[in-house]
Write a new protein. Structure first.
Length: 151
């Protein structure tokens, strides 16, 4: 499972997951979380905004499927999942419900500010030792060649 977002390291996690899936014959779950929108006074406006967010999320997931092919991972099985809510909570809920998810692949930011909020909350926080599946944490600065050598 790979979390799809707008971070630069997301593509590194995708490539690593692609390589693992290629070697194991597994399926990659492309998981995107739509963060809750601010409250709208008018229900119709809120529904329209949510519909637009879901359409855009589907487009983003399709773009990432295509990136797998461009990276050289042709013919991999993929699933796409869109959830609404707090990212770390939705990831945990999904993993607890779907027994087929075997690993979570995250890439740590190369930024000096730290590995990123998702990595911090799932892989290095108090939940790290109790997470229900292994978390593969890869450096966000890896190249495709380095991933090929590692995975």
């Amino acid at each position: 499972m790979v979390i799809i977002d707008n971070t630069p390291e997301c593509e590194v996690a995708l490539a690593f997951a692609g390589r693992v899936a290629q070697r194991t014959g597994g399926t990659i779950v492309l998981f995107l979380v739509i963060e809750p929108a601010a409250f709208q006074q008018w229900l119709g406006v809120q529904e329209m905004k949510t519909d637009n967010q879901h359409k855009r999320a589907q487009e983003i997931l399709q773009e990432f499927r295509e990136k797998l092919t461009v990276m050289g991972f042709k013919g991999l099985r993929t699933e796409t999942v869109i959830r609404e809510g707090v990212k770390s909570e939705e990831i945990t809920k999904y993993i607890e419900r779907d027994e087929d998810v075997a690993i979570l692949v995250l890439a740590a930011s190369a930024d000096k500010k730290g590995p990123g909020p998702l990595v911090s909350s799932l892989a290095t926080g108090s939940r790290a030792g109790t997470f229900p599946i292994p978390i593969y944490l890869v450096p966000g600065s890896l190249t495709l060649e380095e991933i090929e050598a590692l995975a």
